[in-house]
Unconditional design. Structure first.
Length: 167
């Protein structure tokens, strides 16, 4: 068993050796979007490794392909679905903000101020800054998010059907 600390939790979570950082984050009851279903295609399970990066598996080709699309990428960025825990002492921090699956997710928030940044589900780019008013016209402008998610799901399905693609 290996222990992993998730920044928002006091106690570390225990996972098996070679389990994914994603498993630790989920064990800590944190929510990650995982738009591609954990295949390393979308970068929505992006985390920052603040301690113990050397105790993780090397970066996968998928990670190297997906991480550059992130708006808030840092040198310590990893995809939780790709990074496997090999030793104790790993600590991760989740990007701050709320990912949305579709522009319609914000309908119930019209007329309110965003309590935290609203983030693009694929790139992590801030769509609505914290404290800004969520308006019907802004939600209409965000309709491209629905297209981005549909494209990501299509890519994910094509990966499942084409086993020749390196995972």
């Amino acid at each position: 068993m290996k222990s992993v600390r998730v920044d928002s939790h006091e106690d570390p979570v225990e996972i098996t050796t070679n389990a994914r950082v994603l498993d630790a984050v989920l064990a800590a009851r944190e929510k990650l979007l995982m738009a591609c279903g954990g295949k390393g295609l979308c970068a929505t399970c992006h985390v920052y490794v603040t301690e113990g990066a050397e105790r993780l598996s090397p970066m996968t080709p998928r990670e190297r392909m997906s991480l550059p699309m992130l708006a808030d990428r840092r040198p310590n960025s990893r995809l939780a679905c790709q990074a496997k825990v090999l030793g104790n002492g790993v600590k991760v921090e989740l990007p701050r903000g709320r990912f949305i699956d579709a522009a319609s997710d914000l309908d119930k928030l019209i007329g309110r101020r965003a309590e935290e940044p609203i983030l693009h589900p694929v790139t992590g780019a801030v769509l609505i800054e914290a404290g800004k008013l969520i308006t019907r016209s802004r939600i209409k402008e965000l309709s491209f998010v629905d297209v981005d998610i549909a494209e990501m799901k299509t890519r994910s399905l094509s990966m499942e059907m084409n086993p020749k693609i390196v995972r």
